[in-house]
Design a protein around this ligand. Structure first.
Ligand SMILES: C[S@@+](CC[C@H](N)C(=O)[O-])C[C@H]1O[C@@H](n2cnc3c(N)ncnc32)[C@H](O)[C@@H]1O
Length: 258
């Protein structure tokens, strides 16, 4: 906690107290599943109702996603013994953060544009005795409220389709990462999830907005190259699996440095 900048903690407390006094409402993610469409989310804005819908999805149909995804992230990025600060951009209910907390020593920050998630997020963290390991701050992924080289790790699941400018968001992630820091940004499901489980998640969430994973991969590659990021990989879990389940795609990159 010593390593954690005090002003972020203060900001998080301020945000939570504002939210606790009450205000308005937000949303879900998208694919051939039930996550929210960008257009819909933009229409609704960061509302309490949208937060409630996403919380319901995270506790319901999407619940099997977070633990295996956290395992996969910890292994791929070699986070088990890493200390410092991790950011989850658009963490929403923060379910992924809570899984990551239990597998790493990092302090995790839920940086989401919708502050209506934060009371739920902190309550869940307290229930798991992880209260001192997490913070939250209202943040637009395309204009992050962190100084350069702030974070050791940045992750994000299912949020980038809603960012107003994907290249800008990736540039922000690169800016706030420490030299040598790593990012894992994507949408969808972890490789280690068996296809039967993946299929039932997709079916359970209904036919949502479609997107073209090939086109998204092309855009991600174009953006990372234009940002001068050389050390990167795109993961396409279980591409062409016989069940035809879309597992989405993930961009992993490391900022140049020591
Ligand atoms: C589909 S939800 C995913 C939530 C969470 N990552 C998960 O997988 O359970 C998309 C999230 O992105 C957030 N979001 C949308 N636009 C954002 C932006 N510009 N900056 C940060 N967060 C954003 C939403 O508020 C929401 O929490």
């Amino acid at each position: 906690m010593d390593r954690f900048p005090r002003r972020v903690v203060v900001l998080a407390v301020v945000i939570v107290s504002i939210v606790a006094r009450g205000s308005s409402s937000v949303g879900r993610e998208g694919q051939k599943t039930n996550e929210p469409t960008p257009a819909r989310t933009q229409e609704q804005g960061p509302t309490r109702e949208a937060a409630e819908r996403m919380i319901k999805a995270a506790e319901g149909g999407l619940a099997p996603v977070y633990a295996p995804l956290a395992e996969e992230i910890v292994e791929r990025l070699a986070l088990a013994d890493k200390e410092g600060v991790g950011l989850d951009l658009g963490s929403g209910p923060g379910t992924l953060i809570l899984e990551l907390c239990q597998r790493t020593k990092l302090h995790w920050i839920n940086a989401d544009i919708n502050p209506h998630f934060f009371p739920y997020f902190f309550r869940k963290a307290q229930e798991l005795d992880l209260g001192g390991r997490v913070s939250a701050i209202q943040a637009d992924a395309c204009a992050l409220p962190f100084h350069d080289a702030f974070a050791d790790v940045v992750v994000s699941r299912g949020s980038f389709p809603f960012w107003p400018d994907l290249r800008r968001g990736l540039a922000e992630i690169h800016r706030v990462l420490k030299p040598g820091g790593v990012a894992y940004i994507g949408r969808g499901l972890p490789e280690r999830m068996p296809p039967e489980v993946a299929r039932s998640i997709r079916e359970g969430r209904g036919e949502g907005p479609k997107y073209d994973p090939n086109e998204t991969e092309r855009q991600l590659r174009e953006h990372v190259k234009s940002l001068g990021i050389e050390n990167y990989r795109i993961h396409r879990p279980r591409l062409n699996n016989p069940q035809g389940v879309n597992y989405g795609l993930w961009l992993e990159f490391r900022k140049a440095g020591p």
